[in-house]
Design a protein around this ligand. Structure first.
Ligand code: COI
Length: 355
């Protein structure tokens, strides 16, 4: 049965408004794991549907060495954030989009998935149980990480006999320590099990570790992130290690088209809508590296990174610098997006969901 949310004891302290917060340094948040109190777990057999989950204390879990996720990478994840508003509410941002994306990924990897309602209810329960970890307004957000994985044991290559849907969370601040990006275009390695019909378009866990070697090499050379190219031509940009990419030229904004090789980001989709509403022309299309090098502005979007500008992009031995700072279009878009997410700007689109 679901456990009661944490009481106002332990390492809580009262703020001026009398609300309970965990006793951590809220000014020091980056994007690293801060363990919280509870996680949500729901299991289901391959032949079944998910039905009943519960909150349990956050901690290690037992898993068979033969689990589908450990041996064959049968797993996907999601990421979304909860923000505390100035007047004390907690808002999720488009959680149904995460739920729907998880369903699509689950189908691709032959897994049962929670319904959209089950997903959203579980996310809300997780946030309520970990409420004291939602940062104060202006200090960050609670990053929520839903996982769906084959946890049943097997040996032959096949869908696992049992699945686990799990949600944990962590308070986070800025992903890139608040600085703009120096991006290296990777011309040797590709991001995901790539190409059309691959898994680049779902949030498969197997799409993420393959970025490590390119990212590590780039970081060792002073870059902040890597921009991957399409494996079919090696000419068009796809996405960075953890986020989608946009380029700005005059009043036109472009971002790579979603065709199964890049992640259909929820921040990406929201930024397209916000920019369109502001009167910009937004195009989803193939974008060559040459166009990136000729752009006025380049920026990244993602749940974790939010919206961040590129200070430079380097391709082979060519390095181009872009304008950054509060006057850029990307920062204008970021302000609108975060304003909606934090309840400071009226949400006319029904994107925010109160917990
Ligand atoms: C997110 O933005 O939610 C992500 O999944 C990025 C992650 C690789 C940190």
């Amino acid at each position: 049965p679901p456990m009661a949310p944490p009481s106002a004891s332990g390492n809580c302290k009262d703020n001026a408004a009398g609300e309970n917060y965990a006793d951590i340094n809220w000014d020091g948040l980056g994007f690293s794991l801060v363990s919280t109190d509870y996680m949500y777990v729901m299991k289901c057999a391959k032949v079944d549907k998910f039905s009943q989950g519960s909150l349990i204390p956050y901690g290690n879990m037992e898993i068979s060495p033969s689990a589908g996720i450990l041996n064959y990478g049968q797993g996907i994840f999601e990421g979304l954030k909860a923000y505390r508003t100035e007047d004390g509410h907690i808002l999720l941002f488009r959680p149904e989009e995460n739920a729907k994306r998880m369903k699509i990924g689950a189908e691709r990897l032959c897994m049962p998935s929670p319904s959209v309602d089950q997903f959203i209810t579980a996310v809300k329960q997780t946030v309520v149980a970990n409420k004291r970890w939602v940062p104060p307004p202006g200090k960050g957000s609670l990053y929520i990480r839903p996982l769906l994985m084959g946890t049943g044991a097997l040996l032959g290559l096949a869908p696992a006999p049992e699945y686990t849907f799990l949600i944990y969370c962590s308070p986070v601040g800025s992903y890139h320590q608040g600085s703009s990006l120096n991006i290296k275009v990777e011309d040797r390695l590709y991001r995901a099990i790539s190409g059309h019909g691959g898994t680049g378009g779902i949030k498969s866990i197997t799409n993420y570790a393959p970025v490590y070697s390119a990212t590590a090499e780039a970081k060792a050379n002073g870059f902040t992130d890597v921009l991957f190219l399409d494996s079919a031509t090696g000419k068009n940009i796809e996405e960075a290690s953890s986020c989608n990419v946009f380029v700005v030229k005059s009043d036109a904004i472009s971002t790579p088209v979603i065709d199964g090789t890049i992640l259909p980001g929820i921040t990406r989709k929201s930024i397209i809508d916000i920019a369109t509403d502001l009167g910009y022309q937004v195009m989803e299309r193939n974008i060559s590296v040459d166009e990136v090098l000729g752009a006025d502005e380049v920026f990244c979007t993602g749940t974790a990174v939010v919206v961040n500008s590129a200070a430079s992009v380097t391709y082979k031995d060519k390095r181009v610098e872009y304008k950054t700072g509060p006057e850029t279009l990307s920062q204008k878009l970021r302000k609108t997006l975060v304003g909606i997410q934090t309840g400071c700007i009226e949400d006319t689109k029904g994107w925010t969901v109160e917990v």
